[in-house]
Each structure stands twice: as structure tokens, then as C-alpha cells.
Design a protein around this ligand. Structure first.
Ligand SMILES: [Fe+2]
Length: 192
């Protein structure tokens, strides 16, 4: 191999960020990963907002639960950022809409949260399908444990929403669930 051909193949292996990368990525896949990162940041902001709302209504267990969820969504966003960096891509951070702050009940807040979880799952499935279509094995390997965690998370929210629905906005029942959350007894999940 001549010096010129070495340097031209080297240039081909540089990503948009200028960092070396072992294999190029399809732009559509990069876009979906970036959008997903934004979705995780948005989920984090919304859960932080629900943690505040819960604290204002003395629901300390729900507040603790949503604070933890907010932190874990931020960590998920960071994992996508790290992955894009590892693949030589740029990580553009988008402006986030204001989180929802008004809820009529904790049940409404949980319904809203469950919808967020469901949207996150759909987005992960779309990324996975595109990664498979473009034979991007690195991305499917990256997504496998994330999808597993997302299934558990969705199940936790569904379980909590079911319990809160059953409580039917009765303060005494909501307080019991709140205490269980505060003491780490809830949420329980059906997924191992
Ligand atoms: Fe997440």
C-alpha cells in the first residue's frame, strides 16, 4: 500500500466529529439515535417536573421515585451520547420543550409517564429495525441491554399506574402506595 492510499483510506475512516471510526454509519441511523437522545432528555425533564409536583402535594414516595427516574433517563441520554462519540459522530443537543407541570392527580401524572415510556420503546424499536436493515451490528449490540432495561421500566410504570388506578384517587389508598414507594417496597415488576 502506498503512502497516498494509506492516507486516503485513513480519511475515509474519520467520522463527522473528526474522530477515528472503524466503520461508517448510515445518516438515517445517526439521526434516529440523536432524536432518541433528545427523547431521553425530555423524559428526564418531565420526570423531574413530576417529582416536584409530587413533593408539593406531600407525596414523598412518588417524588423519590420520579427523581430516580429522572436521573436514570439522564444516564440513558449519556449512553447514547457516548455511543455516538464512539462511532465518530457529532452530538448536537436540541432545545427541549418546557416539561408538563400541571396535573389533576397522580394518576394523570402516571398516565402521562406511561405514554412517555411507550414512546421511548417505540423509538428504540425503530432504531433497532433500521440498524438491522443497514446491517449495523454494533448498534444492535449496543441496543440489546437498553431494550431489555426499557421493557422492565415500562412494566414498572404499568404496574404503578395499575395500582394508582385501583386506588381511584382515594387519599388513604394513595398514601399507602406513596409510603411503599418511599420505603422501596414498590415498584415491583413482573419482568425478571
Ligand atoms: Fe430511558
Amino acid at each position: 500500500m502506498t503512502a497516498t492510499s494509506i492516507s486516503s483510506s485513513y480519511n475515509r475512516l474519520q467520522g463527522p466529529s473528526g474522530r477515528s471510526m472503524a466503520a461508517p454509519m448510515e445518516q438515517g441511523l445517526v439521526d434516529l439515535l440523536s432524536q432518541h437522545l433528545t427523547m431521553e432528555r425530555e423524559a428526564s425533564a418531565n420526570y423531574f417536573s413530576i417529582a416536584i409536583w409530587s413533593a408539593q402535594y406531600e407525596l414523598r414516595g412518588f417524588s423519590k421515585f420520579f427523581s430516580n427516574e429522572s436521573r436514570s433517563e439522564q444516564e440513558h441520554a449519556a449512553r447514547f451520547a457516548e455511543y455516538l462519540i464512539a462511532r465518530g459522530q457529532k452530538v448536537p443537543l436540541q432545545e427541549l420543550p418546557s416539561p408538563k407541570q400541571d396535573f389533576n392527580s397522580i394518576e394523570e401524572a402516571l398516565k402521562f409517564s406511561f405514554q412517555i415510556e411507550s414512546d421511548v420503546t417505540t423509538s428504540l424499536q425503530q432504531i433497532y429495525s433500521m440498524a438491522e436493515r443497514s446491517s449495523d451490528l454494533r448498534t444492535t449490540v449496543f441496543l440489546d441491554p437498553i431494550i431489555e432495561g426499557q421493557i422492565t421500566s415500562e412494566d414498572e410504570f404499568a404496574y404503578l399506574l395499575g395500582k394508582v388506578r385501583f386506588a381511584n384517587n382515594q387519599p388513604s389508598a394513595i398514601i399507602i402506595i406513596d409510603n411503599d414507594l418511599n420505603n422501596g417496597i414498590l415498584p415491583k415488576t413482573n419482568v425478571a
